[in-house]
Design a binder for this molecule. Structure first.
Ligand SMILES: Nc1ncnc2c1ncn2[C@@H]1O[C@H](COP(=O)(O)OP(=O)(O)OP(=O)(O)O)[C@@H](O)[C@H]1O
Length: 774
C-alpha cells in the first residue's frame, strides 16, 4: 500500500492527480495562446513579402526567424511536457530570477517554526512545476520552469541530508495532455508542512524505482524526471575545457552525456551554435539514443555519429577481427599511412617517360629523371594532392634543363623571356597535360587505402613500423574494400580520415548555383512541427554525411571513450580543435588492449586542455542479483576495480543453462531465448561471440521484433529487459580484452539474465561456466 498523508491513500492520490491536471490544463491553454501569437507573427511576416525595400525584407526575415523558433518549440508533441514539482520553504532573500522563481537556495532562518509541543511547522512559500521548456503566464509568473534553469536544480539535487528549501519533490507522470500519476519524496519528513493552510499530502513510493522497473523498448528514454544528484552535477558542470566522467555499467553515463548536451545549449545557445557532436561507438547505439535529445527539445545543433560514419561520405558496414582492429587502431598506422600517401603515385601503370617537342626538337625525361623530380616534389610534409602544381613546375624545370636552352641564353632577361615562352608551349601541349594527369593524378583516400591491399607493397611501406605478420594481416583485410567504398570497417574509416589530411583536397572553382529566393527566409527550417522533423530526420542525417559537412565543433561528447583507438582519437580530435569536451567512459569495459597508447593520442587530441573529473557510482540498470554475477567477472577482468552499487533487487537470480554438444547449442539458444521472451514484456538481447554472430542470427531469425542478436562488441552501451549470454568462454577468448567484453555482455539486462554454456565452457554441476567461476 502506498504511503499517504492527509487522507486515505487512494483519495489523496486521486485528488492530487486532479490538482496537477488542472495545472497542466492551464499550461496547455497558455501554450495555445503562444502558438496563436507565433502563427500570427509568421502570417504577418509572410504578408510583407510584397514589400520590396531591403529594410522591410530584413525585418520580415528577422520576424519570420523569431516566430519560427518559437513555433517549433511550442509545437513539440512532448510525452510528458510537465514532469516535476517542488514545494519550497521561504528563502533567505526575496529576489526573483529571470524565470520568475525566487533565487535563494537556502531557507530563511525562520522558515520553520517550533510549536510549544515541539512540532516543527512550516508554510510552503513557493511551488514550482518543472518541465521540458519554461512557460510564463501572461503576468510573467512561471507556470513551468525549464528543467535546465537554475531554479530547477533543487528538483534534482535536494536530498534528505541537504534538502535546501525543498520540502516535497513530486514526479508527475502524464501522457499527452493527461496526468496519470504522481510520486512524492519527502525531504523534510520531520517538518509538518502546510500549503495554503492544509497539510501537504505525500503520495507514492519512489519515482526513481518506478522508472527503473519499466519495460524497455529499442530506444533509450530520457531521464529528465528522475536525474539523480551525482548525475545532475555532471549535467550542469560548467563547460570547462574537458569534463571527464567515469562510472561503471548502468550508471547513466550515456544518459547524462545527452542531457548535458541539452543543458549546454540552454546555457549558451550562441556559443554552441557551433554545433555539438556526440561520438558513439556503434550505429546500434546511435539508433538507440537518437530520440533522447528531441524529447528534451533539442535537435539540429546536435549531431550523433557512430565512429564508422564520422568521416565524410563513408559508412562502415564490415567488422575487423580483434587482431586486425588492433593493428588498424594502433598509433603506428599514422606513420604507415604517411608513407602510403607519398608512395601512392608509384603505380604499375604510371608513365615511365615524358616526351615533349620544344625548340623544334624532342625533349625527354626517363624513368630515373622522373623519379628524381617526384622525390624533390614530395620533399616536406605538405599534402600530396596540393603538391601537383609544384611537381608541374619541377617537371618544366627539368625539361628546360634537358633541352639545353639554359646554355643558349646567357643574358638573364632573354633567358627569362625564353623560359616563359617555353613553359607556355609545353604546358599547352595535350601530351604534357595527359602525362601530368597520369603521373600525378589526384589521389583519393579510398584509392590509397586500397593500394595497401597489395601485400608486398604494404610490407615495404610498413617496414620497421609493423611486424611482417601484421602487415600481411592488414593487407589481406583491405582486400575486401571495393572501389566504391563497400566493405569498410569502422577502423578503416579512421584510416581514411587520416589519409584525407595527408592527401589534401585541391581547391576547385565553386559550381555556380542559382539564387533561391527561399534562402532569404532564414528561419524557414524551423517552421515545421516536431512530428514532421522526426519523419524527415533520417533523410537530413544522410544529407549531412555528404561533402561539406561541418568539420569543427564547439563541443564534443565522446561516449564509451575507453574504446577509442589511437587512430580514432586522431580522427575525433581533428573535429574539435577549438572545442570543449565531455568524455564519458569506463576502463573496465574497454575492448581496446593498449590503453596507454590510446591515452597518449587522447591527450594529443585534447591539446593539453585542463580536465575536471566526475565519478558516477550507482548502477541504475542491473538488479543486484545480476550485478553480483557481473562483479565476479569484473574482479578478474580488472582486479581492484570498484563496481557500481546496484539500487534495485528483483528477487530473481540469473539462470545458468548448458548445451552438451555444439549440435545442441542452436536448440538450447532457441529454448532459452523463448523462455526469456515469455518472462519479460520488453526486449531480449542475445549476446554471442563476434565469430558466432551470423549463425546465431539464423538460429533466431523467427524470434520476432522484441529479440535482437548481437556480437559481443555490438552490445556496448545497449540494454534489454533480458539478456541471454551464449558461450561466455568464447566471448572472453576472442581477444586479449575478452574478459572486459564479457563484463559488458553480462551488464546489459534490466530484469533477467541467462548464461548459456557450450561444451567448451566446462560448466560445473550448477551450470556455472569456468569463465564465471571465481
Ligand atoms: N536518474 C535516472 N533515472 C531513471 N533512469 C536512469 C537514471 N540514470 C540512469 N538511468 C537508466 O539506467 C540505464 C543505464 O543508463 P546508461 O545507458 O546511460 O548507463 P551507462 O553508464 O552509459 O552504461 P554503460 O556503461 O553500460 O553503457 C538507462 O536505462 C537509463 O535510462
Amino acid at each position: 500500500m502506498p504511503r499517504a498523508r492527509g487522507g486515505t491513500a487512494v483519495d489523496v492520490r486521486e485528488r492530487e492527480i486532479r490538482a496537477e491536471q488542472r495545472h497542466l490544463d492551464a499550461v496547455y491553454r497558455r501554450l495555445a495562446e503562444k502558438i496563436d501569437e507565433a502563427e500570427y507573427l509568421v502570417a504577418d511576416a509572410a504578408s510583407r513579402v510584397q514589400v520590396g525595400t531591403p529594410g522591410a525584407l530584413a525585418e520580415r526575415d528577422a520576424q519570420v526567424f523569431r516566430a519560427g523558433l518559437h513555433l517549433s518549440r511550442l509545437n513539440k508533441e512532448f510525452e510528458d511536457f510537465l514532469f516535476g514539482r517542488i514545494d519550497l520553504l521561504r528563502g533567505k532573500d526575496g529576489v526573483r530570477g529571470p524565470d520568475g522563481a525566487y533565487t535563494s537556495v537556502e531557507p530563511a532562518e525562520d522558515a520553520v517554526r517550533e510549536e510549544p509541543d515541539g512540532t516543527r511547522v512550516a508554510e510552503i512559500a513557493e511551488t514550482l512545476h518543472i518541465g521540458r521548456l519554461g512557460v510564463l503566464d501572461a503576468d510573467y509568473v512561471p507556470l513551468v520552469i525549464d528543467w535546465r534553469a537554475p531554479a530547477a536544480a533543487p528538483f534534482y539535487r535536494a536530498t534528505p541530508v541537504a534538502p535546501g528549501r525543498v520540502v516535497r519533490r513530486r514526479v508527475i507522470r502524464s501522457r499527452g495532455r493527461r496526468v496519470l500519476g504522481v510520486e512524492d519524496d519527502l525531504l523534510r519528513p520531520r517538518v509538518r508542512a502546510l500549503l495554503e493552510g492544509a497539510e501537504l499530502p505525500v503520495v507514492g513510493d519512489g519515482a526513481l524505482l518506478a522508472a527503473l522497473g519499466r519495460a524497455r523498448g529499442h530506444r533509450m528514454n530520457d531521464i529528465v524526471a528522475s536525474i539523480q544528484a551525482e548525475q545532475d552535477e555532471v549535467i550542469r558542470a560548467p563547460a570547462g575545457s574537458v569534463t571527464e566522467v567515469a562510472g561503471g555499467p548502468g550508471t547513466g553515463k550515456t544518459a547524462v552525456a545527452l542531457h548535458r548536451a541539452a543543458y549546454l545549449l540552454y546555457q549558451d545557445r550562441r556559443r554552441y551554435a557551433g554545433g555539438i557532436l556526440v561520438v558513439s561507438p556503434t550505429p546500434l547505439l546511435v539508433a538507440y539514443t537518437e530520440g533522447v535529445l528531441p524529447s528534451l527539445g533539442e535537435e539540429g545543433q546536435v549531431v550523433i555519429r557512430a565512429l564508422g560514419s564520422l568521416a565524410e561520405g563513408v559508412t562502415a558496414d564490415a567488422y575487423d577481427d580483434q587482431e586486425v582492429a588492433a593493428i588498424k587502431g594502433s598509433a603506428a598506422m599514422a606513420r604507415v599511412l604517411a608513407r602510403a600517401a607519398r608512395a601512392a603515385l608509384e603505380t604499375a601503370d604510371a608513365p615511365q617517360r615524358l616526351r615533349v617537342v620544344a625548340f623544334g626538337g624532342r625533349v625527354e625525361l626517363d624513368a630515373a629523371e622522373l623519379a628524381a623530380v617526384r622525390r624533390q616534389a614530395l620533399g616536406g610534409t605538405a599534402p600530396v594532392n596540393l603538391l601537383r602544381p609544384r611537381a608541374r613546375r619541377l617537371l618544366l624545370d627539368a625539361l628546360w634543363e634537358k633541352s639545353g636552352a639554359p646554355r643558349r641564353y646567357q643574358e638573364p632577361e632573354f633567358a627569362a623571356e625564353a623560359r616563359e615562352a617555353f613553359d607556355e608551349d609545353i604546358a599547352g601541349e595535350d601530351a604534357f597535360a595527359a602525362f601530368l594527369d597520369a603521373w600525378w593524378p589526384e589521389l583519393t583516400p579510398l584509392a590509397v587505402l586500397r593500394s595497401m591491399a597489395d601485400e608486398q607493397r604494404l610490407g615495404r611501406l610498413a617496414r620497421r613500423l609493423l611486424r611482417p605478420r601484421e602487415a600481411r594481416r592488414l593487407a589481406r583485410s583491405l582486400r575486401r574494400v571495393t572501389p566504391r567504398g563497400g566493405g569498410l570497417s569502422a577502423h578503416d574509416v579512421a584510416l581514411l580520415d587520416e589519409l584525407r589530411v595527408l592527401l589534401g583536397t585541391p581547391a576547385r572553382p565553386a559550381a555556380p548555383r542559382e539564387a533561391d529566393p527561399l534562402d532569404q527566409l532564414t528561419g524557414l527550417a524551423e517552421l515545421t512541427t516536431y512530428a514532421e522533423r522526426q519523419a524527415g530526420g533520417r533523410e537530413r542525417r544522410t544529407a549531412a554525411a555528404e561533402p561539406g559537412e561541418r568539420a569543427d565543433y564547439a563541443h564534443i561528447i565522446v561516449d564509451e571513450a575507453q574504446d577509442l583507438t589511437p587512430m580514432q582519437w586522431r580522427m575525433v580530435g581533428r573535429r574539435g580543435r577549438r572545442a570543449t569536451w565531455t568524455i564519458v567512459g569506463d576502463p573496465a569495459q574497454s575492448s581496446w588492449s593498449a590503453p596507454e597508447e590510446a591515452a597518449a593520442e587522447q591527450r594529443a587530441a585534447l591539446g593539453g586542455k585542463p580536465r575536471r573529473r566526475f565519478e558516477l557510482t550507482v548502477n541504475y540498470r542491473n538488479p543486484a542479483e545480476i550485478a553480483r554475477v557481473a562483479d565476479g567477472v569484473l574482479a578478474r577482468a580488472m582486479p581492484g576495480a570498484r563496481p557500481p552499487r546496484a539500487v534495485r533487487t528483483t528477487g530473481v537470480e540469473p539462470a545458468f543453462a548448458a548445451a552438451a554438444t555444439e549440435e545442441e547449442l542452436a536448440d538450447a539458444v532457441r529454448a532459452e531465448a523463448a523462455r526469456l521472451l515469455a518472462e519479460v514484456e520488453g526486449t531480449v538481447g542475445v549476446v554471442v561471440a563476434m565469430a558466432r554472430r551470423e549463425r546465431a542470427g539464423q538460429w533466431l531469425a523467427e524470434a520476432g521484433e522484441r529479440l535482437v542478436v548481437l556480437g559481443s562488441l555490438e552490445a556496448k552501451g545497449l540494454e534489454y529487459d533480458a539478456t541471454l549470454v551464449v558461450c561466455p568462454g568464447e566471448i572472453a577468448g576472442e581477444s586479449p580484452a575478452g574478459m572486459r567484453v564479457l563484463y559488458v555482455a553480462l551488464t546489459r539486462a534490466t530484469q533477467r539474465l541467462t548464461v548459456l554454456s557450450g561444451p567448451a565452457d566446462e560448466p560445473d554441476a550448477a551450470g556455472v561456466p569456468a569463465a564465471l567461476r571465481a
